[in-house]
Design a protein around this ligand. Structure first.
Ligand SMILES: C[S@@+](CC[C@H](N)C(=O)[O-])C[C@H]1O[C@@H](n2cnc3c(N)ncnc32)[C@H](O)[C@@H]1O
Length: 221
């Protein structure tokens, strides 16, 4: 049965999307983290914050598909933009080194743009804009003019720093950013990049909340 978003509060819409996607397993985020990401997205959509939704580091699109389903329910005209090297992870910098993070090697987590697009078509979801590029090669023009919600999942210091760089000046008042692996001892560069961005004071941060491994950052309206 389709979700009647006129009558259900947003958390019920989130639960419905999560429930419907029971078989869509993600090996990249836990169910609880997924629930947090979707709740934050639902909050932004419900408040009608201006701009598009972006994910930097989409891999095979498991989280992207869930976000897209929620968007169809709550804000069907919102655009979704996905970015990835589709060549897997780049090399680590010194800030990414951790005895726990040996599994993260260059080229690991390789996916393809066509498999992401196929997954969207298979799920009968609107086709997102998918850009294959290293984040360091993206310019502001590759991003939508305004962003209401950004999910950064690039794993490494440079990848997260570059994600903040390309989104600079595009985050709408009231936008929310969620960064994966902020609290993950295997990937210490993520926390460093987030904390450095916070220290720049370039965005008006309303609240900063580490929850599970995520950093949830809400901007001032
Ligand atoms: C952990 S996976 C993303 C998982 C995805 N967000 C999900 O929830 O299913 C990390 C992805 O980031 C991409 N990535 C990491 N650093 C990148 C960079 N600097 N430029 C482009 N892509 C990058 C990798 O190719 C990989 O697909």
């Amino acid at each position: 049965m389709s979700v009647d978003n006129q009558r259900l509060p947003y958390d019920k819409v989130v639960q419905a999307v999560l429930g419907r996607a029971k078989r869509t397993k993600s090996d990249q985020v836990s169910r609880n983290e997924l629930a947090i990401i979707l709740s934050e997205l639902a909050r932004v959509l419900g408040r009608q914050v201006a701009g598009a939704v972006v994910e930097l580091g989409c891999y095979r699109g498991a989280t992207s598909l869930m976000m897209a389903q929620l968007m169809v329910e709550l804000a069907p005209t919102k655009q979704l933009y996905l970015y990835d090297s589709f060549a897997g992870l780049p090399s680590k910098t010194e800030y990414d080194r951790s005895a726990l993070g040996d599994d993260f090697q260059p080229g690991v987590l390789k996916a393809s743009k066509s498999e992401v697009l196929k997954a969207f078509a298979h799920a009968n979801l609107p086709r997102p804009t998918v850009k294959k590029a290293w984040f360091s090669q993206l310019s502001g023009d590759d991003l939508p003019e305004q962003i209401c919600f950004a999910y950064f999942d690039g794993d490494y210091y440079d990848s997260i720093r570059d994600s903040f760089r390309v989104c600079r000046g595009r985050l709408a008042p009231g936008a929310t950013l969620v960064v994966d692996d902020y609290d993950n001892a295997s990937l210490p560069g993520v926390r460093r990049a987030v904390d450095e961005w916070r220290e720049t004071g370039l965005s008006d941060i309303r609240s900063f909340r580490p929850v599970d491994s995520l950093a949830v950052i809400r901007l001032m309206v």
